[in-house]
Write a protein that binds this ligand. Structure first.
Ligand code: CA
Length: 230
């Protein structure tokens, strides 16, 4: 999808130059000359990145940066003509991701924009992966998509098989009795009994274990129950 960038800049020649170069690089660009209107746009529209001048009519760039950062993680690139501003950007802890000093070459601006977009995507992408995917040796469980792979090959699971596998994998090295697992995965009123757990464990093992006689993931603790080994 096309990336959207907001430029808040009151010097029209500079703003137009930035816009042209960014559009040539494939970005969709909105331009705002007034600080207060720029802030409104930044708050109410989803942009992939915001380029902020500091001295602006209406609300200044410092204030815009601060207000946007209170509610959004959008990368912000501050543009300044004054060296004192750089100290202020750093010192105030406004949450700006970077700054660039005037005069700058448009190609430098484009390079910075691309670098920040990539960085932001990497950060948000890796957070997602850490939250939703369990990986243990050759076994990969995507909790969000409810999909399971064994050594890269996807295996089909029923709802209860998936819930049971997921529960055990989320509590590694802990022994659960069949009763505990039954209560956890099946609600109390379910028809069935602890034999249901045994049947489901057997089916899961057939899908994830290389040798069901010597399971490397779900271990039977005789007389007690099961344990997911890590
Ligand atoms: Ca200005």
């Amino acid at each position: 999808m096309e990336k959207r960038i907001l430029i808040v800049e009151d010097e029209i020649s500079i703003a137009e130059l930035e816009k042209d170069y960014l559009e040539l690089s494939g970005f969709s660009v909105d331009l705002e000359e007034d600080g207060t209107r720029g802030l409104e746009r930044a708050l109410h529209t989803d942009y992939n990145l915001i380029i902020l001048d500091i001295m602006l009519p209406g609300t200044d760039g410092f204030e815009i940066c601060k207000r946007v950062r209170e509610v959004k993680n959008t990368p912000i690139l501050m543009v300044t003509a004054k060296k004192e501003d750089i100290d202020k950007i750093r010192g105030l802890g406004l949450g700006a991701d970077d700054y660039i000093t005037k005069p700058f070459s448009p190609s430098e601006l484009v390079a910075r924009v691309k670098a920040h977009l990539n960085r932001y995507e990497r950060l948000t992408g890796s957070e997602k992966a850490a939250n939703d995917v369990i990986e243990i040796r050759g076994l990969k469980i995507d909790k969000t998509a409810r999909r399971v792979w064994v050594d890269g090959t996807e295996k089909q699971f029923t709802t209860k098989e998936f819930d049971l596998l997921c529960f055990l994998a989320e509590h590694p090295n802990r022994v659960f009795t069949k009763e505990e697992l039954f209560r956890e995965i099946w609600d109390m009123d379910s028809i069935g009994d602890i034999a249901t757990v045994t049947v489901h464990i057997k089916k899961i093992r057939e899908k994830i274990e290389y040798n069901t006689a010597k399971p490397q993931y779900i271990e039977t603790i005789w007389g007690v129950g099961y344990r997911f080994k890590v």
